[in-house]
Design a protein around this ligand. Structure first.
Ligand SMILES: [Zn+2]
Length: 393
């Protein structure tokens, strides 16, 4: 009769603990049932591990979230999440036209936020000076706050091999490794990703994508990109460039795009382009908020332009839906709640996607709006810091 040596059982339990921590670092808060599915461990083992990790202070219980099981009692399952070591994190969202910084406590609750409008394309890596300035102001505004990690959001793909930002999209950032540049200035670990991926991550953890397994998050702003969530993971592609639908060619002899090609979707429907199209017909200077208000007031010109923009995006999205068969398309960015864009998108999906696929997909607004990127950066920092600690366990 063989007997399992006690050392082997201890090692197995330690490996199982790491599996649970890794799953939570990747996916954010999970129910125990989700953890069992993700790790392949039995529900009994998961219950026992979670009980130990809660009592060790490595996990916290979150009663406030989760989607009720279909056909269940209607009560959401209790979720567990990684707890952070003492101190908090920051999210830094660099857009083409802004820098937004938010600091958060160890549960991801935002404590303070700062924003400055700047041209990050023209200013290049000196944008990070502004980010550090806003970060210092934010940290100083909360008594006793200790920064232990930062998530950085940039408006262009980051190459997974070199960690450099794509200079096709941001030529002013040539040669910059944003993670290293920022980490050398602030002396804490920095994790980075692009705006569409982090918007998708935030909506997955705490927004419209909670409970969904496969969805497309669309960021329609100064640029246009998609974050692809497949099996509750953000899919980045082999080099980190997945989801660049803004650079699908839609007009043979169209305007020259910042990527160097002509007639990219982004040259037709970015927020600045839509405002440029509308502006000659109005006496007031148009901003995204003004356009939203005009749409709500029933302005026919605004409705027409936004509906056609939704149609142009939907034509490209229909092909992507045929490939991925998602259950949701989440629209983020300043016009994420535009009914006209939703109508245009829906009509294009109904016309161009395979009927069963079009029927299976719901088009919804992002719940986090323009906050999605900074919230995703915070989630990235929380997971990254927990992952570093996990590696030290
Ligand atoms: Zn392009």
């Amino acid at each position: 009769m063989t007997q399992t040596e006690p050392g082997a059982l201890v090692r197995l339990r330690a490996a199982n603990r790491r599996s649970v921590l890794r799953a939570l670092a990747q996916d954010g808060a999970c129910s125990r049932a989700d953890l069992a599915r993700r790790t392949g461990l039995s529900p009994t083992t998961i219950s026992s591990l979670v009980r130990d990790l809660l009592s060790d202070g490595l996990l916290t219980q979150r009663p406030d979230c989760g989607t009720p099981h279909k056909g269940g009692s209607g009560r959401p399952p209790r979720m567990v999440a990684l707890s952070m070591p003492a101190g908090g994190v920051a999210g830094i969202d660099i857009g083409h036209r802004h820098v937004r910084v938010a600091i958060a406590d160890r549960t991801g609750t935002v404590l303070h936020e700062e924003e400055r409008k700047i041209d990050a394309d023209e200013r290049g890596p000196r944008t990070l000076d502004v980010a550090v300035d806003l970060l210092d102001q934010s940290v100083a505004s909360v008594d006793g706050f200790t920064l232990v990690g930062v998530g950085l959001c940039v408006p262009a793909p980051i190459d997974r091999r070199s960690a450099r930002i794509s200079t096709d999209i941001m030529p002013g950032w040539r040669g910059v490794v944003p993670v290293e540049d920022l980490a050398s200035r602030i002396n804490v670990p920095v994790m980075a990703d692009n705006d569409a991926n982090l918007g998708a991550l935030a909506e997955l953890h705490r927004g419209a994508g909670r409970g969904a397994h496969d969805f497309i998050y669309l960021k329609l702003a100064s640029g246009l990109g998609a974050g692809l969530v497949i099996g509750r993971q953000v899919y980045k592609g082999s080099t980190g460039h997945a989801g660049e639908i803004g650079h699908v060619r839609v007009r043979e002899h169209g305007a020259v795009c910042r990527c160097g090609n002509r007639g990219c979707l982004e040259t037709e429907v970015s927020v600045p382009r839509l405002i440029e199209l509308l502006q000659p017909a109005y006496d007031i200077a148009l901003k995204p908020a003004t356009v939203e208000q005009l749409e709500r007031d029933g302005d026919p010109g605004v409705r027409r332009v936004l509906e056609e923009a939704g149609g142009a995006v939907g034509r490209v999205l229909a092909d992507l839906c045929n490939t991925l068969n998602p259950s949701l398309v989440i629209i983020g960015g300043p016009f994420g709640r535009s009914a006209a864009i939703h109508r245009g998108l829906q009509a294009a999906l109904d016309r161009y996607a395979q009927p069963d696929i079009a029927q299976a997909v719901d088009i919804v607004s992002g719940e986090l709006g323009i906050e999605a990127q900074v919230r995703g950066a915070i989630d990235l920092a929380v997971a990254g810091v927990a992952h570093l600690r996990d590696a030290q366990l």
